[in-house]
Design a protein around this ligand. Structure first.
Ligand SMILES: [Zn+2]
Length: 491
């Protein structure tokens, strides 16, 4: 890339080379291979009179604090020089790199260090920032940043004064190129030692600084105010130990720790909705029989059946109007006759715990409170009094508990299980393929399809509906074969 659009000042041009002679990446190549490519690239450059390496460094890159830049330079007589400068109290690596380059060029121009630079010199500037090289390569007219403009001014003046040709070459950092390592040390020292002063801050950095302050305040306020937050109650603010869990297992546990898990019906009730468009004929026969606000049955061939409405769904909006009570629902269905109207359903009919008479299912209820699962809880955790911190400290036991009560099964075993359970009737015994073969009893109940459709996590599993059915949840043949009797929700 050549950038010489700045009239007479940059008649001798600047050559920007943001790549090596052959493509190498840190992902695909070893650092030895990258180093080789870098050295090969440097060997292919035209012989230089002056060679400079520049580098920028940021002391605290995450918070973008304290930048510094440095350079090392070998002049035409082989004499070595170096220099360092502050790059800003708020700084990112890009700005630190440009500051280093600017310092190097200005030192060449000022002559204070008495560098030997002949006329018609070839000057090589090597740095490890492709983004900086690419930004400069767009040309002086394309620059909007103050720093970039100053670098371009310095480049033009170097070209003009020494009638020089400047080659700006990318050399990857941290691959054991000797000069690069050396200048890296200079830059790090600059970031640590140089006094920053009150230089202007770039707008983007100022924004980032404001964000950081706000984030800090938010974190501080959260620490004091929401100590009763579910996640904090579960984890105490510490990350959960991950003892060789699959991604699926980790995700399941993370959802539970957050209190938003599709394994609990309160969550599904909140999020699982669907809209169906169907025409209600003039006689008002839409084909759904509704009991207690929930679709009880759908007649074959009726408009509702054709639209794919399933039993167990609860209509909440008809034609965009909310129907909170059964009366409203019936009235809306009459009004909507003859129209092609959209009916919105909650596809999980109720947030109630399926295993006990509790009004609301939930993570806390599921793990620590539900009387329906008390025996399984005791056999897995050894106590009825299970603290929520098991989600952090006893992750494998939690997963075992969830499998034993039939709320969760790992995906791969679910596929195998589905193949083997076949017709879904009666009791299945353990087989080789189904390691934890959850034994199911098929329900004839219609809400089955409803949960099956949305709660894929639940679908193949039997959710006992009465508190008593959990008694049958006890292991009979072997500890890992739960038998669930009674009615189940899943199809
Ligand atoms: Zn319960």
């Amino acid at each position: 890339m050549r950038g010489c659009r700045r009239g007479a000042a940059a008649t001798s041009c600047v050559d920007f080379r943001p790549r090596l002679c052959r493509p190498v990446t840190k992902k695909k190549n070893t650092s030895g291979e990258i180093r080789e490519a870098a050295l090969e690239t440097l060997a292919q450059l035209p012989p230089a009179d002056v060679t400079a390496y520049t580098d920028g460094s940021v002391l605290d890159p995450r918070r973008m604090r304290r930048g510094g830049g440095g350079y090392t330079l070998t002049d035409a007589k082989g004499k070595q020089f170096s220099g360092k400068c502050a790059a800003g109290a708020r700084c990112n690596s890009y700005r630190a790199e440009l500051s280093a380059m600017l310092l190097c060029l200005r030192d060449l121009l000022s002559g204070a260090k008495k560098h030997a630079v002949p006329q018609d010199a070839v000057i090589t500037v090597a740095l490890d920032s492709q983004s900086a090289i690419k930004a400069l390569a767009a040309g002086p007219a394309a620059q909007s940043g103050r720093l970039e403009i100053r670098v371009w001014e310095a480049l033009s003046e170097v070209c003009a004064r020494f009638r020089a040709r400047v080659i700006v070459q990318y050399v990857p950092g941290h691959v054991d190129v000797e000069e690069q390592e050396e200048v890296d040390k200079v830059a790090k020292a600059a970031a640590a030692e140089c006094a920053q002063g009150d230089g202007p801050i770039a707008l983007s950095l100022a924004k980032a600084a404001i964000k950081e302050v706000q984030r800090g305040e938010l974190v501080a306020s959260l620490r004091n105010k929401v100590s009763d937050h579910f996640w904090l109650a579960v984890t105490g603010g510490k990350p959960a130990k991950c003892d060789k869990l699959s991604r699926e297992e980790q995700r399941t546990l993370a959802q539970l720790r957050a209190g938003h898990s599709p394994l609990t019906l309160d969550y599904l009730y909140r999020v699982a909705t669907t809209s169906k468009n169907f025409k209600i004929p003039d006689d008002g026969d839409h084909g759904m029989s509704i009991a207690e606000g929930v679709v009880d049955a759908v007649r074959d061939g009726s408009p509702a059946h054709e639209a794919g409405v399933l039993p167990g769904w609860r209509p909440t909006h008809i034609g965009g109007k909310k129907c909170a009570t059964d009366g409203e629902l019936a009235a809306q269905l009459v009004v909507a006759q003859g129209d092609r109207c959209a009916v919105k359903f909650k596809t999980v009919p109720s947030p109630k715990c399926p295993a006990c008479p509790a009004k609301q299912d939930g993570v806390r209820h599921l793990l620590a409170e539900c009387p329906g699962y008390a025996k399984t809880r005791h056999s897995v955790f050894g106590t009825h009094n299970v603290p929520l911190s098991v989600l952090r400290d006893q992750q494998k036991e939690v997963l075992r508990y969830l499998q034993r009560i039939g709320r969760w099964r790992p995906k791969d075993s679910r596929v195998r299980g589905a193949r083997q359970t076949g017709t879904h009737t009666g009791i299945h015994t353990r087989s080789a393929g189904d390691r934890r073969g959850s034994v199911q009893h098929s329900g004839t109940s219609s809400p089955a399809a409803a949960v099956g459709k949305i709660g894929r996590h639940i679908a193949p599993l039997g959710i006992p509906r009465s508190p008593w059915s959990c008694i049958w949840g006890l292991p009979v043949f072997a500890p890992w074969i739960p038998i669930s009797g009674g009615q189940t929700v899943a199809a």
